[in-house]
Write a protein that binds this ligand. Sequence first.
Ligand code: NAD
Length: 335
Amino acid sequence: MEPSGVNNLYRNNGAIPIGVIGVGHLGTIHARLLKSTVGADLRGIYDSDRDRAEALASELDIRCYNDIDELLSDCEVVTVVTPTSTHEEVARRALEAGVHTFIEKPITATYAEAEGLLALADERGLLVQVGHIERFNPVFAALGDVVLAPMFIEAHRLAQFRPRATDVAVVLDLMIHDIDLVLTLVDSSPTEIRSSGVSVVSDAVDIANARLEFANGCVANLTASRISQRPMRKMRIFQPDAYISIDFAAPSAEVFRIGEGEESGTILLGEIERGTQPKKIFYNKPTIPESNALATELQAFIDAVRDGTTPKVTGHSAAEALRIAETIVNQIERR
Ligand code: NAD
């Protein structure tokens, strides 16, 4: 792909020049991984906390930019890893500079901000991918040929309290991962949402539960907390022929499936009478391939920019997840 309006960008064997904006907890990991991402040429980093950026730049032997516009003019791609409340402002600046933009989740603090950004990206023909990292969790690769057709989903995403990311409600920080997943897994649209939650330690909602009902009858019951004693990222999926239990953190998955005949690679747990014919219950625990979801996610964006293809997690799908998240927060705050 040719650079858009920026000369002499490709100095490193055609690798795509990339920069990271915001190198706190997660941005530091972005920068470390981008050093070894195939087809990426990490040009440098920018952070409003100059000391932090300088320390990382020296560790990685890359340039520390003091001016965000200078970094933008040297890059074709950036990742925006600043606090959520700043995503709109920072990503807009990148898009206005003609740079393809990876934005950490949630895409922005409000749906209206996301709509504005995406209109700009579409108008300029720029790609936006959003950091809904669970889509790249290796459990999905391990589930392979298991067709997911959920009718009931139960998700728990619990974290211990940390002051980071309390600029937004837990719904936008943690539950948004599960909202994005259920919107991807359920082949239907939500028709009804009922939520409740409370603020305990921050000024925003810290614990939330939402029940999403879809037009096809599927129900998703999502719980998120950032004041839990024990961390947990689990999802259970129930469908007519199977029950699938996923632990995103382990990561691991277990599949209980109803079938007939033989199923290779599974354990036969027993037989049940269902309808006119006896059915068998098969169990398997697929082997999860070794993989770093963040590295896969960043590689996917570089590949999409290089090939001019649609990213796996588009800005528009992230905006839809945010629209649902915003509805949930509004319902809780109106109580
Ligand atoms: P952090 O507070 O550790 O780091 C944010 C960094 O951004 C800081 O170094 C800060 O100085 C810098 N910064 C603030 N405003 C800036 C600006 N206008 N320009 C440049 N730099 C600026 O936060 P974090 O935990 O790394 O989170 C950053 C983002 O990543 C958040 O949006 C968060 O939701 C997201 N995140 C996603 C996941 C995931 O699972 N995908 C996990 C953690 C964080």
